[in-house]
Design a protein around this ligand. Structure first.
Ligand code: M6R
Length: 607
């Protein structure tokens, strides 16, 4: 989705902006642009509906042409993922006012843009694009006419706006740079390399160690010192936070793509998380640290892969502690009724998914409590929840969620166990046996990777031309079938459906013909044999993911050692690995970009 960067540095801004925009590419975008202050007090801007590489070439050409003066170290940049207005250069950011004095970049949605635009046009402002964001530059222009500085102008302009925004404005006349945020993430940071703002820490992590996350309504002048205000009044700045993005995280480390790298990181990620959480699970302290009220039921909410992770966690509450549980698709959250004393767990790796944020706004929580399970503890979701648990997956660049799913499940199940032990729904000895099971997960994941890497590539030729794919499971396997179908759709652009295997005969069986690939997650329910027989009898190509003897023998069942706690009641978590690898291999065979699937974004900040 859209991304923002801004800088004021001693050297040239252009190379920084280009590099930072490249680091935002993983979020998905369809146009990009920058505006840079010149040494003669103008701004030059460059935009493209192509890739950031094109922008870089345009900027080189501008620099060599001498423009109005040398390009300075102050500038703003943006990657746009179109929502309002077509993908055109005119709609790409930055947007300017009528005079060229003000340039802005904006993420979010200005809900009253139509109304504001009509008012501004009546005052003879001339618009150059179709997008809601352009009203911001004209509103600031309008305020500057009264002679105030950029910070006051931005404060007044945002005071007229409704909706969500992360804005950085650049004033060519004064050289001032001002950031404003409301319900859309924006971070600011300062180091010996300069002053920076970004919508995503990934963009600036190479230049700063600490950053500050702007809160709703904040306006910050990015000068020598940062001046923090809200509604024109000085406020205490938020705390400094350190970045999880190390310099080395950006590299592929010998992998062909980030998705492949992140799949392979899963055993190590799981081991690190379990080591960190294990001592606080059976004694209940992980739960008590969250300081949440007692609960009688659990509801998970999220979107896409995060929702699937939530469903596994809900299953864990139910199967381990008999806690009634439900799951809620966040984009449908407006009609949900939360019963009293419900523990609501909102999952989002980014913590910025608009559907999730809207759902938690819409829910009437009453006596219920909200805990966020996210990979970003400075995210909007983390800030709005009653309590927060970081799944600590580390940076995930591929748009397809892989290791964040595994991290969310482990962290959420650890929380479930700790809560069940703390509230005496399970005894501590039982909880300890579950923790022993958790400790086996890294090996199970590693086994699943090895088995999948061997078994899946030879299958691909056989299934690559199929028009559709079915994914089946039973019981705890159904949610993995859902995740497998989601991954395959997202990466290969082919149709895929998931069903509880028992439902096959009630309709979807009509889709099965000779060669139809049907992926079955065999998590141990013997009734699945008859569902497999139903497919085979019609010539379907059954791909069984299970223990030894399966098409993909990736599940821990094949490892032979009994699970002390019966972990597969809510698992088997490792079955996600062959599903990820299957989707990736098929997508690669079809020539898809597995890190940046078409039309999708890493952080979905629109409803
Ligand atoms: O950032 P979130 O976890 O809230 O994102 C939710 C979904 O958009 C996300 O899981 C999406 O389904 C993934 N791209 C799937 O791989």
């Amino acid at each position: 989705m859209c991304g923002i960067v801004a800088c004021r540095m001693p050297g040239a801004a252009a190379p920084f902006l280009v590099d930072a925009l490249r680091l935002l590419e993983y979020r998905g975008y369809d146009s990009a642009g920058v505006a840079i202050l010149t040494t003669t007090g103008t701004t030059v801007s460059s935009r493209t509906t192509h890739r950031v590489d094109t922008l870089e070439r345009q900027l080189d050409a501008l620099d060599q042409s001498g423009v109005d003066g040398a390009l300075s170290g102050t500038g703003i940049g943006h990657t746009r993922w179109a929502t309002h207005g077509a993908v055109t250069e005119a709609n790409a950011h930055p947007h300017r006012d009528c005079t060229g004095r003000v340039s802005i970049v904006h993420n979010g949605i200005i809900e009253n843009a139509v109304e504001l635009r009509a008012q501004l046009e009546a005052e003879r402002h001339v618009f150059a694009s179709d997008v809601d964001s352009e009203v911001v530059s004209h509103l600031i222009e309008h305020e500057l006419r009264s002679g105030c500085g950029l910070r006051d102008a931005v404060t007044a302009a945002t005071g007229r706006m409704r909706g969500s925004w992360a804005v950085v404005a650049l004033d060519a006349q004064s050289g001032a740079l001002v950031a404003a945020a409301h319900r859309s993430p924006l971070l600011v940071a300062r180091s010996e390399k300069g002053v920076f703002a970004a919508s995503d820490i990934n963009a600036i992590a190479q230049w700063v160690d600490l950053f500050q996350a702007m809160r709703d309504g904040d306006v910050v002048e990015l000068g020598e010192q940062f001046a923090w205000t809200r509604a024109g009044t000085g406020v205490t700045p938020p705390p400094f936070v350190s970045s999880i993005w190390s310099g080395t995280s950006h590299g592929l480390a010998g992998h062909a793509d980030f998705m492949g790298k992140e799949i392979e990181e899963q055993p190590e990620t799981a081991a690190r998380i379990i080591d960190e959480l294990a001592p606080r699970i059976a004694n209940g302290s992980l739960w008590s640290e969250l300081q949440l009220p007692p609960f009688e039921r659990v509801a998970v909410l999220g979107c896409g892969t995060s929702l699937n992770a939530g469903r596994v966690i809900a299953n864990a509450f139910g199967s381990l502690g008999d806690v009634p549980n439900s799951s809620l698709i966040a984009s449908e959250g407006q009609s949900a009724i939360v019963e009293p004393r419900t523990l609501v767990i909102a999952l989002s790796q980014s913590g910025e998914t608009a559907d999730v944020l809207r759902a938690i706004d819409d829910l009437d929580l009453g006596t219920s409590a909200l805990v966020a399970l996210t990979n970003s503890d400075h995210s909007t979701l983390a800030r709005r929840a009653d309590s927060m648990l970081n799944c600590n997956a580390g940076p995930e660049i591929g748009v397809a969620a892989t290791k964040t799913f595994v991290a969310q499940v482990i962290t959420g199940v650890a929380m479930a166990l700790s809560a069940l032990a703390a509230t005496r729904r399970i005894d501590r000895e039982y909880a300890r046996r579950q923790v022993d099971d958790l400790r086996r997960i890294p090996d199970l994941l590693a086994h699943a990777i090895a088995a999948s890497q061997k078994a899946i590539p030879p299958l691909i030729d056989e299934i690559r031309d199929a028009q559709g794919y079915l994914f089946l499971g039973r019981g705890s396997g159904v949610v993995y079938a859902a995740e497998g179908a989601l991954k395959l759709k997202e990466l290969s652009y082919r149709w895929a459906e998931h069903y509880p295997a028992g439902e096959l005969k009630h309709g979807p069986l009509a889709l099965v013909e000779a060669g139809t690939p049907v992926v079955v997650i065999d998590s141990g329910d013997r009734r699945i044999e008859s569902n497999i027989a139903e497919v085979s009898a019609r010539g379907g190509r059954v791909i069984r993911i299970g223990g030894a003897g399966s098409t993909i023998p990736a599940l821990g069942l094949s490892l032979g050692t009994p699970m002390p706690g019966g972990i597969d009641r809510w698992g088997p978590l490792e079955s996600v690995v062959p599903l990820q690898i299957l989707a990736r291999e098929l997508a690669l065979a079809l020539g898809r970009d597995v890190d940046k699937p078409r039309n999708l974004a890493k952080s979905v900040t629109v409803e």
